[in-house]
Design a protein around this ligand. Structure first.
Ligand SMILES: C[S@@+](CC[C@H](N)C(=O)[O-])C[C@H]1O[C@@H](n2cnc3c(N)ncnc32)[C@H](O)[C@@H]1O
Length: 232
């Protein structure tokens, strides 16, 4: 798949979105080449995002999308919260793996991206499993009940990662999972010099010090912090 040539709107990304090869580019390409492609519609979202939006690096993509699908299937999740829909990739990837009767609440603050995501959900047989909510992620999380969610995927405002984590631990059932994307934040967590980098580094320490959480730090793509809420 080559989406670069169709790119009409891509601008020079702001420095914060420039990918730094924390995980070697060669390993990234190898991982992608040895991961089953996702559905045609997800491939289309990937192509659309790379060619038509200014922030292609925000997309989770094939390897992480397939990982999310494995996690949904392995843990038998039925109630999922997706924080940061963007063009809809992570929500739709999880929806395709979700059993009938399962539901995903996907949250997006930007109405422009919410409209794009909804357009893709409407074209998918799995799209009916996704309830897209437009608004501030933290406010929407705060409106959800205690202990009823199986899985939360955190992928929105880096400055709020700590707050998302606290709310996630409240809404998760015992044994439920949090997956936090960009836990490596392009390697900037090692020597944070800006607000988002400090926030992600602080979030990683918050999780690491939380005795309610079992943790696994994965170096998939830009880092995924996998957290399981312990039984009491
Ligand atoms: C990294 S992108 C999400 C990528 C998406 N999960 C995927 O798989 O392609 C982050 C998204 O979160 C949204 N966002 C940022 N801050 C937010 C907030 N405070 N509340 C809700 N959404 C927010 C952004 O508009 C952006 O679309």
């Amino acid at each position: 798949m080559n989406c670069e040539s169709k790119n009409s709107k891509r601008q020079t990304p702001p420095a914060i979105y420039c990918f730094m090869d924390v995980v070697a580019g060669e390993a990234e390409r190898y991982a992608r080449d040895h991961t089953s492609p996702l559905s045609g519609l997800l491939e289309e979202i990937e192509c659309f995002t790379l060619s038509e939006t200014p922030y292609p690096s925000m997309l989770t993509g094939r390897v992480e999308g397939r990982f999310l699908q494995f996690v949904v299937q392995l843990c038998g999740a039925r109630r999922i919260v997706d924080i940061g829909a963007f063009t809809g990739y992570s929500a739709l990837a999880m929806a395709e793996a979700l059993s009938d009767g399962g539901q995903i609440i996907s949250i997006e603050r930007d109405p422009h991206f919410a409209k794009i995501a909804q357009g893709f959900f409407d074209r998918s047989p799995a799209g009916g499993k996704i309830a897209l909510k437009t608004g501030e992620a933290l406010e929407i999380l705060q409106s959800l009940p205690d202990g009823e969610t199986d899985l939360v995927f955190i992928d929105a405002d880096k400055g709020q990662y700590g707050a998302y984590f606290r709310e996630s631990m409240r809404i998760l059932r015992t044994g439920g999972l949090v997956l936090a994307d960009n836990a490596l934040w392009y390697g900037r967590i090692f020597h944070p010099t800006d607000d988002d980098s400090r926030a992600v580094a602080d979030f990683n320490e918050l999780v690491n010090g939380d005795s309610r959480a079992e943790k696994l730090f994965l170096t998939i793509r830009d880092g995924i912090y996998l957290i399981r809420k312990r039984s009491k």
